[in-house]
Design a protein around this ligand. Sequence first.
Ligand code: NAD
Length: 354
Amino acid sequence: MDNFIYTSTPSRVIFGQGKVSTLPQEAEALGVSKCLILCTKFQIKEAEMLTKLLGDKAVGIFDNATMHTPISITDEALDLAKSLNADSVVSIGGGSTIGLGKAISFKTKLPHICIPTTYAGSEMTPILGQTVDGKKTTESHPDIKPNVVIYDVDLTMTLPVEMSMTSSVNAIAHAVEALYAPDTNPIIQLLAQDGVRALASALPEIKTNPLSIPARTKAQYGAWLCAICLGSTKMALHHKICHVLGGTFNLPHADTHTAVLPHALAFNAPATPRAMELLAEALPEGKGDAVKGMNILLEKLGMQMDLKRFGMKESDIEIGVQQTLSNAYSNPRKIEEGPIREMIRRCWAGEPAV
Ligand code: NAD
């Protein structure tokens, strides 16, 4: 075994069915009593449920969380927090709502309790992505991580099947890139393998029986492990391409990850034999071949893979290529223009990875 550095970052996680009921105790343990609840327009019911749970510890709901955390929306929420004299934020939802919670908490130092309802994994990372005038910027700081995360499977039951699939592939992508990250280590690799294993076994069951509590619980557990991977290692080509395509052409986050993953994996596989060995163990249907294992899983889930259906144009391919090549970032295989162009073209067209 090679030498390694493993840094664990503090986080408090409550995991289990019905555990959203612990929210008032968690607020009390943090010493807060004026929580502002954050959600999107589509999850107001869930936010109202939290208001009931918190009773007089809830001071209001901000229901305009938006994808890619536009600063103008954060400013609106900050004004509301100030006018209500809020002493904490509670985000309930996916990465968009959690991003808003992180932005407010980082700016104001208010504690942040996070209740994730997708598998995207933002809750476990010290990363904040924001947009100003349509341009996405990211920053990383330990204080960006939420103080407490409550994973309650009941809140994932309403996640539509297709979004459950794409959101899970988004989670799997974190684990894949953690396996070959320059700062990977044996602990993270264990988490990555188990995260992929849990998701790969839960997803086919969720596809046929979306209300299966055991399958949904396993998926949420897998997503949590993959999220730790995302928050602990440097991501590479896959995340770079998704960031570029999603940000530049306003493509939906999880679908973009789903379209790109098999291509980024096939590209990096020749340069990452040990990571592929570990991934193949977590995807046994590939019979020792990680790329094949991933393709079998995606096929089983019946994923639609083309990005053109979200409005990406053929002429956007070249813009994506140039942006992908523009900033330096770590990747196990040398990035060359020709293969990247072909990869992005295939993602756009929905052609299989080669
Ligand atoms: P999302 O948060 O944008 O949610 C998509 C829609 O699904 C929203 O309308 C939401 O209200 C709804 N939804 C969420 N959970 C639901 C449920 N259980 N039932 C029904 N509807 C539900 O989607 P996402 O994929 O979770 O997050 C994407 C965003 O998160 C992107 O902006 C991405 O950049 C960011 N992100 C950031 C990090 C990070 O570490 N900073 C990590 C992952 C994702």
